[in-house]
Design a protein around this ligand. Structure first.
Ligand SMILES: NC(=O)C1=CN([C@@H]2O[C@H](COP(=O)(O)OP(=O)(O)OC[C@H]3O[C@@H](n4cnc5c(N)ncnc54)[C@H](O)[C@@H]3O)[C@@H](O)[C@H]2O)C=CC1
Ligand SMILES: Nc1nc(=O)c2c([nH]1)NC[C@@H]1CN(c3ccc(C(=O)N[C@@H](CCC(=O)O)C(=O)O)cc3)CN21
Length: 291
């Protein structure tokens, strides 16, 4: 199924994101995670590719294929371009098509300090053009409620976002954010600029200090006072911080749904406990939105 069709059927789409286990780890661990996530009945599951600048390989395709064929859930395969040649991208697209994957999240990708950028692709919009020319895929792209960290202004970043939609992205997923006011401000600006494709809010429940620090430095997301108070007060107790992080995310999601958000994309970080807690708490609300 093409994800664009999903957005015409659902008032609020609910999706999950997983990442392939590190090369040193076993690929099998992801299947335990998927087994647990399957029961949460997401509309689709996305699989990262070279997240955070990690080396990418064929495991994204392999996992996406399993999500489709073993769990009968629609997969969204991430694809990045900054470290790839045109030939490599063409090859990836051919493989994805052959595997029956219909949806791609087209990204520039994080810079890997160990790999020099190939300079054949500079921006996600170029990758989107290549995917569209290839044909056969629905294309999603990323957007940044607080502006992309490498961009001088939010206005300029939104202009670049418009290029991605013009090139063929039919659905957007936001970078993680912790202050819904940032999202609402961004949505207003984006709509004013004529970008009219569905936008899903990307939410990450932050459940430990190290993870929060890593995400903030990687994504440039700002921490509102209410969240930093939680971190300071409960930082020494892993369980308290985990539960506070989960509840913070649930509150964010309920506020977003009650303000007519078109979808929630949950960055699960392969943690089924967290995904289960969050989706269990919003299941009846999602049902109410979509009935
Ligand atoms: N792997 C994943 O799941 C996710 C990864 N990311 C990462 O976030 C980063 C950005 O990715 P994308 O949004 O796909 O990249 P993008 O190519 O859309 O934007 C990257 C930067 O380039 C700027 N830019 C875009 N077009 C431009 C142009 N024509 N001229 C000048 N500047 C331009 C943007 O404003 C932004 O600062 C990447 O590192 C990506 O991997 C973000 C979300 C999810
Ligand atoms: N700039 C950027 N790059 C991304 O890859 C990315 C975003 N932003 N924003 C949203 C999500 C978050 N994603 C992430 C972020 C970090 C890891 C990560 O740190 N992975 C570790 C393992 C961590 C763990 O086991 O808990 C790894 O080494 O692969 C994975 C996916 C992918 N996405």
């Amino acid at each position: 199924m093409k994800l664009a069709d999903l957005f015409t059927k659902r008032k609020a789409v609910f999706s999950l994101e997983v990442f392939p286990p590190k090369k040193s780890g076993s690929i099998e661990t992801i299947y335990d995670t998927l087994e647990a996530l399957e029961g949460l009945r997401p509309d689709y599951i996305s699989v990262t590719y070279g997240a955070g600048g990690n080396l990418a390989d064929n495991s994204t395709l392999e996992i996406a294929q399993k999500i489709k064929n073993r769990y009968h859930i629609e997969p969204l395969a991430h694809l990045t371009c900054v470290n790839s040649s045109r030939e490599q991208v063409q090859k990836s697209l051919d493989r994805l098509e052959k595997a029956g994957i219909e949806n791609i999240l087209a990204l520039r990708g994080d810079m890997n300090p160990e790999l020099p950028p190939r300079l054949e692709f500079h921006y996600a919009s170029e990758l989107i053009g290549t995917i569209r020319a290839h044909g056969g895929f629905d294309i999603a792209a990323a957007c940044y409620p607080e502006g992309h960290p490498e961009c001088d202004s939010l206005e300029q970043d939104v202009e670049h976002l418009r290029q991605k939609v013009e090139m063929g992205a039919t659905h957007l997923i936001t970078q993680l954010f912790f202050d819904n006011a940032d999202f609402y401000r961004f949505l207003e600006l984006v709509r004013k600029k004529g970008i009219d494709v569905p936008i899903q809010a990307g939410i990450m429940p932050v459940v430990n200090k190290k993870q929060i620090e890593r995400m903030v430095s990687m994504c440039g997301a700002s921490i509102p006072a209410s969240l930093s108070k939680i971190m300071n007060r409960y930082g020494a107790s892993p369980e308290a911080l985990r539960d506070a992080g989960i509840n913070y995310a649930i509150s964010q999601i309920i506020d977003l749904l009650s303000n007519s958000v078109e979808g929630i994309h949950l960055y699960t970080m392969n943690n089924p406990y967290v995904a289960r807690k969050v989706s269990g708490s919003i299941a009846s609300i999602l049902e109410c939105e979509n009935e």
